[in-house]
Design a protein around this ligand. Structure first.
Ligand SMILES: Cc1cc2nc3c(=O)[nH]c(=O)nc-3n(C[C@H](O)[C@H](O)[C@H](O)COP(=O)(O)OP(=O)(O)OC[C@H]3O[C@@H](n4cnc5c(N)ncnc54)[C@H](O)[C@@H]3O)c2cc1C
Length: 589
């Protein structure tokens, strides 16, 4: 099974050529969009069967952006690779980030110039290989009298930033007069406003970028399965040789035998390191974002601000009618899975936003949803033996041979993955003498959906197929060159062409697409990470939840007990997300 599935770049799941697409200069009738036929719950079962039957070269534990990148790079180098996650793909920090693929403006202060240079290069690559998921945008940076960042520091910082990007930002920064800033953001506090600057950075769909990276790994032969938890590592002669795992869908346990194991479990990484005695307990920062209706806050575009509360840098990023505000950072020792926004986080974020947008008078009732996650504070205490220590990233090979790759930004995931796979290749060479020279073309090959140089062409094509402009834009932003696959589903069944909830451009065909081609298994997968309705609707799509459960249930053959369990789990997710509301009574934002 392995030899068929993993030995060649072209022997992954069969690719399907669909007609009717116009992009990348290809003949639309020949080779327009390549859509993988299936990446569903059935694929998952088959993958799980295969990965527990024969030994593999590499087991990647954790399918956030770090693990996804490692799996893709390794599979492209023809390393027999398995990747599992105890939750959904990207369900950790990788779907709760600031959604910025930034060039590292905030690292200027610490003088990490080389890292900024690298981040800018990586941003260029991501804009090329996933133009639908990563896109450039303008940010304004207002400066107020007595604010956290002075005018001179801002000017100097932005010049250095542009120079380190080798002037490759979509456009160079511009200083803005008070009047220009008022025009750009009319509802910004005018008292004390001196002006500011505009500069260019990139926003991204973090959850879908992670998913696309996993799917690419799968297309190159890696076996991927979500909801598979690593319970313990298998050790033989003092060396890690695989892991004992539980399939959290069926409750069955299995062993995966692997020559090398990479721990890419992000904030949970300390668990396995402690278990093996490989490292000391690291420190973590909890970061929280809130989503509020953009109309309520009143921002016109994306802003970088210094919080009037404590002078820390924050972002306000608009997205499908919602503005994300954050982060609120605090030290944390809670296990990653229990990390939630606290009332103090919410009060801090609302106070900061209200101080800059005084007409908004945001209250906790305006908070549609929260995104909280942990990220490691990398210090020397994370030794022994860091092989690579860049700002916020560490690559360690422990005494038992466990390779841990911890921390780092979304933006630089590709280079972190390459470094990690170099180390894996070296270990495989030491073990059986095989030569795995050569790098993977991860910077050249588009991610699934990324074969689209001109998104507008795809949008117009969807419009010609009868899709409204807002939905066409929404679909192309999410699926890129795979948009026609979703449109075809809608055409095949008019029911699926309807919106999931009124006033949001997402359509029902996306749910079916997510289950068939994106391995969505639960309501949370569908609504939080495939579509983002959980965050972008005032009621977390509860008004349509019966319909959504019906569509999911019939696609995945859920019986009534499973439907009720799924519903209860989703409602619990909403409760957890809004736990900050208890305990807010005494505090006034
Ligand atoms: C609030 C916040 C904002 C950020 N903003 C940005 C930004 O704007 N731009 C940027 O470039 N970066 C940003 N970052 C950094 C970036 O998001 C993270 O560094 C990155 O997502 C980490 O990815 P990861 O794969 O290492 O970890 P994770 O995404 O957390 O993945 C780890 C995975 O391991 C799985 N796992 C854990 N234990 C097990 C087990 N026993 N068995 C199986 N699976 C397991 C988890 O379920 C999880 O999915 C931000 C981070 C935070 C917290």
């Amino acid at each position: 099974m392995w030899s068929v599935g993993l030995s060649s770049h072209h022997r992954g799941p069969v690719k399907q050529v669909a007609a009717g697409y116009h992009h990348c200069g290809r003949d639309s009738h020949e080779l327009d969009a390549i859509v993988e036929p299936s990446f569903s719950y059935k694929t998952r079962s088959a993958n799980l069967g295969a990965m527990t039957t024969e030994p593999v070269d590499l087991l990647v534990v954790g399918a956030g952006i770090t693990g996804a990148g490692v799996a893709r790079d390794a599979a492209m180098r023809r390393i027999r690779t398995v990747i599992v996650d105890r939750g959904d793909f990207g369900s950790g920090s990788s779907s709760r980030s600031s959604r910025l693929v930034h060039g590292g403006l905030r690292y200027l202060e610490h003088g990490h110039f080389r890292w900024i240079f690298k981040a800018n290069r990586e941003r260029r690559i991501l804009l090329r290989i996933a133009p639908h998921l990563v896109w450039p945008g303008r940010f304004v940076f207002p400066v107020h009298e007595g604010g956290g960042l002075g005018w001179r520091r801002l000017v100097a910082g932005l010049w250095i930033y542009d120079i380190l990007a080798v002037f490759s930002h979509a456009r160079r920064h511009r200083m803005m007069s008070r009047r220009a800033m008022r025009r750009a953001e009319p509802r910004l506090r005018s008292r004390g406003l001196k002006g500011g600057a505009s500069y260019y950075d990139a926003q991204c769909d973090d959850a879908r970028l992670t998913l696309a990276t996993i799917r690419s790994a799968h297309q190159h032969g890696a076996l991927a399965a979500n909801y598979v938890q690593v319970d313990r590592l298998e050790i033989a002669d003092g060396q890690v040789r695989g892991a004992r795992v539980t399939d959290l869908v069926t409750g069955t346990t299995h062993t995966i035998h692997s020559h090398v194991v990479v721990d890419a479990t992000g904030a949970s990484s300390r668990g396995k390191r402690d278990e093996l005695g490989d490292g000391s307990a690291p420190r973590f920062t909890k970061s929280v974002y809130i989503a509020v209706p953009q109309q309520r806050l009143g921002n016109q575009g994306a802003l970088t601000i210094t919080s009037p509360v404590d002078g820390r840098v924050m972002f306000i990023a608009p997205w499908e009618g919602v503005s994300y505000i954050g982060p609120a950072d605090s030290a944390c020792r809670t296990p990653a899975e229990e990390t939630q926004a606290s009332s103090a986080d919410i009060v801090y974020l609302l106070r900061s936003a209200n101080a800059l947008f005084p007409d908004a008078r945001l209250t906790p009732e305006d908070v549609l949803a929260t995104r909280a996650s942990l990220h490691p504070v990398i210090t020397e205490a994370w030794r022994p033996g860091p092989l690579s220590l860049s700002p916020e990233h560490l690559l360690v090979e422990g005494p038992s041979g466990l390779v841990s790759t911890v921390g780092g930004e979304l933006a630089t995931y590709r280079t972190r993955a390459a470094e990690t796979v170099d180390l894996v290749a070296e270990r495989l060479h030491r073990q059986d003498g095989r030569s795995l020279a050569g790098m993977a073309d991860t910077d050249v090959e588009p991610l699934p959906g990324g074969e689209a140089h001109d998104l507008e062409v795809l949008i117009q094509e969807a419009e010609r197929d009868g899709v409204s402009r807002p939905t066409a834009e929404h679909l192309v932003r999410a699926y890129g060159s795979e948009t026609p696959a979703v449109v075809r589903l809608a055409q095949s069944n008019p029911d699926l062409a309807d919106h999931i909830v009124p006033d949001h451009p997402a359509i029902r065909a996306e749910l079916v697409h997510a289950m068939r081609r994106e391995m969505a298994l639960t309501l949370g997968d569908l609504l939080m990470r495939r579509t983002h309705l959980f965050y972008e609707t005032p009621d977390h799509a509860q008004s349509a939840i019966s319909l959504i459960t019906r569509i999911a249930g019939s696609e995945m053959e859920w019986d009534s007990e499973r439907r009720s369990a799924e519903l209860a789990a989703y409602l619990n997710e909403i409760d957890l997300n809004l736990t900050f509301r208890t305990g807010l009574e005494s505090q006034d934002p």
